[in-house]
Design a protein around this ligand. Sequence first.
Ligand SMILES: [Zn+2]
Length: 442
Amino acid sequence: MDRMRDDLIVEAAAVVTVDPEWKVFAPGFVAVKDGRISALGPAAEGERREAVQRVRAPRAFAMPGFVNAHTHISMAAFRGACEDMPDRLTRFIFPMERDLVDRDLTYWSALHSLVEMARSGTTTFADMYYFEDEVARATDLSGLKAILGETILGHAAPDAPEGYGGIEYARRFIKDWKGHPRIQPCFAPHAPYTVDAEHLGIIAREAESLDVDVMMHVAEMDAEQETFAPLGGSVLRYLDSIPGFLSPRLLAVHMLFVDDEDIGLAKARGLRVAHCPASNAKSGRLICPAWRFAGAGVPLGLGTDGPLSGNGMDMEGVLNVYPKMQKVRERNRGIVAARDAVRAATLGGAEALGLGAETGSLEPGKKADFILVDLDDFNIQPVYDWHSTIVYAMRPHNVLSVYVDGRPVVKDRRMTGFDQDEAAAQMLRISGNCADYIARIS
Ligand SMILES: [Zn+2]
């Protein structure tokens, strides 16, 4: 009999599935067995099932957890520093990282961001930074899922004094963390303008032999475009001249300077794209033709980018910017319907991370990665269309509970895996240490 019993049944005012038919059950239930969704459907069906534990949430709705397809969570210690400065990356961010980033800052900043991400409904994310093993340690504690890339630079990095030392660091990181049930380590060459073609080729071959992904900023910066477009017609076509680099292993982040030929090339090479509309807009950059990538069948996810460039680590802040910016870009209000935006922030992100078969939507057999969202708040009522509510009305504070593999990682807005108050206190200590340095260079 116990084999028939679910481990958990959650009953909610609605279950928004993001499945191929866009099914919504209102009211509905989600049943969990061994970390996976064993069934879901109308509430009456859930009543007839037996479960070890039953959570009744009549004033909340369930939806897939958000997937943040690009960030640098350990930059939380620098959030809000050196805003509005010209040449911010090279004049301020690189020196700040060189002088301030160590294991302590990386770990506690990651933990701080993980609280923010989880409490706003993110269950899976992709990150790239230095000391990525510290990010992995923090992620492991939080209960979230992640693809984590060790950053590789052609010049000295906080965790590698020699240029390209990140490759050896990444090898060790991958060896130590490969096979973890929720964390996939990978290579993260920073960008085409900080990693040369020879080393991108080496990284592509290593990724192939170790069977891991590669994530990289692509076609983001003006100077990058000026340097590489003359070589092959575009940054992406330059990268295509490096044997094996453009492959289904690559998660290409940003993709701002791209034309129709590049969109076709991305599709042909099996690339995946992470689109960061809020951080790109803040920097006054181009708008990625994200809707065109999705239309061409390229897996498309949304990312916050790091706390320095994207500030908020919540997906709600990106989710409503995505359709608005695409409508502005194309001067067409008929594109990126609310449900398409919800898909990009959940299943699209999972597909962009290569996890689409396991997470991103609520369907039987998939991992039970879902969130419960409060319906009793002024910003979220009234509800006429669930997808529209999620994109344009929902805010981070509406998220009540977060489940990963059917286990609560956030319960009543508190982390279950570690003491979130300690994470807040450690951030005060670390940002206090950073304050003099930041004031001096600002
Ligand atoms: Zn980035």
